[in-house]
Design a protein. Structure first.
Length: 138
């Protein structure tokens, strides 16, 4: 009977050891699963925060680009105005109407006497040299 009792105690100890071993392994795996789940939740939260930060940066970049475009346009207009002021042309003055007649300055009247063709003296009197004399000189 002692043997039977010893054998029964040994069986009970073995079964309880097996039970503890199986539940302990699940407990460790469950702990790992919980740690992995917590880590995934943290990663998702950080991913959402990062996406929000990136969207904010994109909005700021777009606003900065629009401001830069406005400044560039203003600088271009200012440069055009400065060039116009330097050259005497003012871009702020209105252009003349297309239907308006242009103002033509009065022209100088030419002298009544036509200028002679050919050689002339210093007093602008025509030289009366015959044409044949000139061809003989050459």
């Amino acid at each position: 009977m002692v043997r039977l009792l010893s054998f029964a105690a040994l069986v009970v100890i073995a079964m309880s050891g097996g039970y503890i071993w199986l539940t302990y392994g699940r407990a460790i795996e469950g702990g790992r699963d919980r740690r992995v789940a917590v880590a995934l939740q943290e990663l998702r939260a950080r991913q959402v925060q990062s996406a929000q930060k990136i969207e904010e940066i994109d909005r700021r970049m777009i606003a900065a680009q629009l401001d830069l475009k406005k400044l560039s346009d203003q600088l271009s207009a200012l440069q055009t105005r400065m060039n116009g002021l330097q050259s005497g042309w003012n871009p702020l003055t209105p252009e003349p109407d297309a239907g308006a007649q242009p103002i033509i300055p009065p022209s100088k009247k030419s002298s009544e006497t036509p200028k002679p063709a050919g050689p002339a003296s210093l007093g602008e009197a025509p030289l009366n040299a015959p044409a044949s004399d000139e061809s003989d000189r050459k």
